[in-house]
Each structure stands twice: as structure tokens, then as C-alpha cells.
Design a binder for this molecule. Sequence first.
Ligand SMILES: CC(C)(C)c1nc(N2CCN(c3ncccn3)CC2)c2cc(C(N)=O)c(N)nc2n1
Length: 328
Amino acid sequence: MMHQQMLDMIQQLNDYSYAYHVKDAPIVPDAEYDRIYRQLQEIETKHPNWIQPDSPTQRVGEKPDSGFANVAHTVPMLSLDNAFDNESLSDFDQRIRKLLKVDHITYCCEPKLDGLAISLRYEEGRLVRGVTRGDGLSGEDITSNIKTIYSVPMKLRTSTPPAVLEVRGEIYMPKEGFEKLNALAVEQGEKTFVNPRNAAAGSLRQLDPKITAKRPLVMCAYSIGYVEGWDQPKSHYEGLLQLSEWGFRINDLMAKAEGAQGCIDYYEMLNEKRVDLSYDIDGIVYKVDQIALQNQLGFIARAPRWAIARKFPAQEEMTRVLGVDFQV
Ligand SMILES: CC(C)(C)c1nc(N2CCN(c3ncccn3)CC2)c2cc(C(N)=O)c(N)nc2n1
């Protein structure tokens, strides 16, 4: 077995993992993935000095010796202002059009995933760090746990990566994985989690990555934070499509909308779909799509003037926790 053949196996396994965990479109059966994975493990055991940082075997490492270090974000992770009804969406749109002296805004609409916000740092295309949002200015270095999540690429899928790229995203636990985790916890007489968000938070706070590796966590990218050595697209939506090509999962319900009415229509559409989604969402995040307009608007305190969240009524939460159907 030559060194190059081993590199080819790593590339093959990472391609299979990208198809399965990022594109939701497996190209080989699990057994085939496992067969090649075991072959790679044997080679790495025989030639430890050949081991590559982006090898899938390097996703589950040892636990950090003393807790999680605190790390300052290169660019603060902002918070979000809330809109509670259609009128406040219209006010938001009107306020922006007045400030920018334009008569029409295109928005990018994204389901607001109910998980934990994190920031991933890539240098020369390789994952070097994962940090929780924390208070927005600094967070906990949970790189060892982040690496166990298959939808977090260990290396960008490009031969010409930006020198530095920081990607913001949400780590969440799909409903099915949450139900299975709680069923197992009941069986083993362990504590159960109240909801997928808490289960994701608890799984990321584990000191031992071997435990995190067993939890069904997914990462979905929602913004480009800091970047060096790359001309960022003019549109937020285009930026996320680029992240998808580089290996990140983005939400397939993300869409552009024209003006306040487009945002309201999107809300009605998503509110219909919400109950059938395989993951929890607690609303929608609307963002001015043009980056130049975002920069002109900036942010107030730490919430951007150019983005707003709108929450759904929390009826589902009550139903799940109390097991009764609240029809208010
Ligand atoms: C880049 C901006 C700031 C506009 C932004 N900020 C977000 N968040 C900030 C507030 N966050 C927060 N978290 C805890 C405490 C206070 N704020 C949680 C992330 C976004 C969260 C989601 C999502 N969940 O799906 C999303 N699709 N887009 C986001 N976009």
C-alpha cells in the first residue's frame, strides 16, 4: 500500500461523507464506507507518521486536558432584534429603505434553527478551531467536539481556499435523533433532555469527544464571519452557496424574498411546513441580501440593523413537554 493510495482513500471517504452528511444524498452503502474506513485504520496503524489531519479517523480524539479554553471571536457574533408580527416586518423594511434611500430591498430568508451558534475557523482550508457563540465577543473552544460532527468539513473542498475563513453556523439535533437519544437514556436509567436544543447543548459541553461523537448532531452554516484572501460575493445568498460548494451544509429552505410582502409570504409558507420539518426551528431570520447595504446599515448595539428574527408561537414546545395539545 503506497502513501498516495492512502491519500486517495481519505479523499474517497471524505467525498462519501460529504454526499451523505452535507448533501443528504449517499453515494455508497454504509458497509462500503466502513470497509474502506477500516482499511485506512489498518494503514494508519502500520504507518502512524502518514496520518493526515483531515483523515476521518482524526475526528474523534482525546478530551482536552483542562476544560474548554475561552477564545475571543475575530469578528463579534452579533445578536438579533425580534419582529413579532407582519407590521414590524413592514416597519423593518421601511426603516431600511429610508436609511438607504432605496425603494426596494431583496432579503435572504432562513429558517431559524433551534440549536447552538458556533464559529469555525479554517486556515489554508483546514479546520483549526471551533468556538461557541458565548456572549458574542468570546466563547468556548470546543474544537475537539466540533471535529466529531460529520457535517463539519475537516478541510474545504477546494484547491484554492481563502487564507483564513471563519464560518458561523448553528449546531442542532434533528427530532428523530433526539427521540432516539432520549429513548436510550430512559432504557439506561439516565436523564433525558427536555428538547433537541438542550440535547445539542449538553452534547457539545461533554469534555469527552467520544461521547459527543455518539450524539446525532448536525451543523448548518448561516454566515461568513471573518475572511482573508478571498473576494466575498456581493450577495449573502451567493456567499452561502459558495460555502455549500466548499463542503458546508446550508439549509435547503433558504430563499430570497422581495420586500416586506415577500418576507410575509415566506413566513406563511414556512409556518405551514414547520410541523413536518425533521428539525426544530423557532422562527425565521431575514437578512438584507446585498453585503454593501449590510455594511452601510451596520448594527445598533450588537444587533445588525440589516437583519431581524421573527419567532413562531411556541405552541409545539408546550405540546411536547406537557403532552397536551394547546389550542389557544
Ligand atoms: C449573522 C446574523 C447576526 C444575522 C445571524 N445571527 C444568528 N444568530 C445570532 C443570535 N444568536 C444568539 N444566540 C444565543 C443568544 C443570543 N443570540 C443565535 C445566532 C443567526 C441564527 C440563525 C439560525 N439559528 O438558524 C441563522 N439562520 N442566521 C443567523 N444570522
